[in-house]
Design a protein around this ligand. Structure first.
Ligand SMILES: Nc1ncnc2c1ncn2[C@@H]1O[C@H](COP(=O)(O)OP(=O)(O)OP(=O)(O)O)[C@@H](O)[C@H]1O
Length: 335
C-alpha cells in the first residue's frame, strides 16, 4: 500500500541544514497497522507527512496504492490525498462548527451534494459512537470525543490509508485504549491500512502488526511487533521497551546484584503463556529459582509472558532444553 524508497529530507534553519530523514526505506502492506516509534526529533512527523506529500522529500520515492505521488499534477495529488486521511494529536477541529459540520467538511470540499452529506455524516458519527453529540461544538467534548470526531472526519471519503500523528498522546490511558480499540476495529472492518507515529511502545504493542524504530532520521530496527518488543536488538528499541515497563535500569542492576545464581529471561508467546510449564520442568530437573520480575500481557491479541528468574540449583542444561522444546525462549542475562 505504501512504498517509501531512500527518502532524504533536510530543513534549512538559520542557514544550517538540519537533516530530518536520512535514507528511509519502508513498506506498509495493505490492511496492516504499522507503527513508527522514535524519540522527539527522530523524524517521525516528517516521515508521516511525506506519505501524503504534506512534506516533500529532497530525494527518494513515495508510492501509495501503486501511484508515485511526486509524479502527479495538482489535481492528481488532490485525488490521491482523498485516499490518505490523517488524524492529529490536537485533533485540528473547526471550533466554530458543530461535530456534524466538522465531519461534513471534507465531503463539502469534495463537492458532495447536500442531500447525500447528511446520511453519510450520520453513519460516520454512528460508527465512532457520537450520534448523540452531532450538534455539539468541539469545546463541549472530551479529548476522546474530539478524537472520534477527527476519526469520523478522516473516514468521510473512504480512505485506504489512515495516518495517525501521535493521535493518543493528549489522552489519558483509558481513553487511549478506547481510541486504539476503535482504530483496530476500523483496520479490520474496513481493511484500512494504518500508519501511526508514537513515542510510546505500549501504543505499538496494543495495536500494531509491525513497527519501525526511527532514530536520527534513520530506521535502526524494524519487524513484527512481537519480535521488536520481546527481543529488541537496537539500544533505542530496548530503551522504549524498558520505558513501557516502567523499569529503571540502574535500580534493576543494583537489585539483581544482591541475587545469587544465573539470571534467565524466559519468554512465553501465544497459548503456552497460560500453561504450567515452568513448575512442571522445575520439578523434573530439580531447578531452584526465584522470580525477580514478570509480566503477562498481550501483543495485539496474542498473549505473551516474560519472566526474569534467578536459578540457584538443579540441572540447568536439562531445564533449558525442556523449556526450548516447549517453545519457551531462554536468554541468559547473567551466567
Ligand atoms: N518545519 C521545520 N523546520 C525546521 N526544522 C524542522 C521542521 N520540522 C522538523 N524539523 C526538524 O527536523 C527534525 C525531525 O523533526 P520531526 O518533527 O520530524 O521529529 P519527530 O520525531 O516527529 O519529533 P516530535 O516527537 O518532537 O514531534 C528535528 O531536528 C526538527 O527540529
Amino acid at each position: 500500500m505504501i512504498e517509501l524508497e531512500q527518502l532524504h529530507k533536510s530543513y534549512d534553519v538559520d542557514g544550517r541544514r538540519i537533516p530530518a530523514l536520512q535514507g528511509v526505506d519502508l513498506r506498509v502492506e495493505a490492511g496492516e497497522v504499522f507503527g513508527i516509534i522514535g524519540a522527539s526529533g527522530a523524524g517521525k512527523s516528517t516521515l508521516l507527512r511525506v506519505i501524503n506529500l504534506l512534506e516533500r522529500p529532497d530525494s527518494g520515492r513515495v508510492v501509495v496504492a501503486g501511484q508515485d505521488l511526486q509524479a502527479l499534477d495538482a489535481a492528481g495529488l488532490r485525488a490521491a490525498r482523498q485516499r490518505i486521511a490523517m488524524i492529529f494529536q490536537h485533533f485540528n477541529l473547526l471550533n466554530a462548527r458543530t461535530v456534524a459540520q466538522n465531519v461534513a467538511w471534507p465531503l463539502r470540499i469534495a463537492g458532495w451534494e447536500s442531500a447525500r452529506i447528511a446520511p453519510r455524516v450520520q453513519s460516520l458519527l454512528a460508527r465512532v459512537g457520537l450520534t448523540a453529540h452531532a450538534d455539539k461544538y468541539p469545546a463541549q467534548l472530551s479529548g476522546g470525543q474530539k478524537q472520534r470526531v477527527g476519526i469520523a472526519r478522516a473516514l468521510a471519503l473512504d480512505p485506504q490509508v489512515l495516518l495517525c500523528d501521535e493521535a493518543t498522546s493528549a489522552l489519558d490511558p483509558e481513553t487511549t485504549r478506547a481510541i486504539l480499540d476503535l482504530l483496530a476495529e476500523l483496520n479490520e472492518e474496513l481493511r484500512l491500512s494504518i500508519v501511526l507515529i508514537t513515542h510510546e511502545m505500549d501504543v505499538v504493542r496494543r495495536v500494531c502488526d509491525r513497527v519501525a524504530v526511527l532514530e536520527g532520521g534513520r530506521i535502526v530496527e524494524q519487524g513484527p511487533v512481537a519480535q521488536v518488543f520481546l527481543h529488541p536488538k537496537s539500544e533505542t528499541a530496548r530503551r522504549f521497551v524498558l520505558a513501557s515497563e516502567h523499569v529503571d535500569e540502574g535500580t534493576q542492576r543494583d537489585d539483581y546484584a544482591h541475587v545469587k545464581g544465573q539470571l534467565w529471561r524466559l519468554t512465553f508467546y501465544g497459548e503456552r503463556t497460560y500453561e504450567p510449564l515452568l513448575g512442571e520442568i522445575a520439578r523434573q530437573t530439580q531447578l531452584d529459582f526465584g522470580i525477580l520480575a514478570g509480566r503477562i500481557d498481550r501483543i495485539k491479541r496474542e498473549p505473551y509472558g516474560q519472566l526474569t528468574i534467578a536459578v540457584s540449583a538443579g540441572d540447568r542444561a536439562a531445564a533449558r532444553r525442556l523449556l526450548a522444546d516447549r517453545g519457551v525462549q531462554v536468554e541468559e542475562l547473567r551466567a
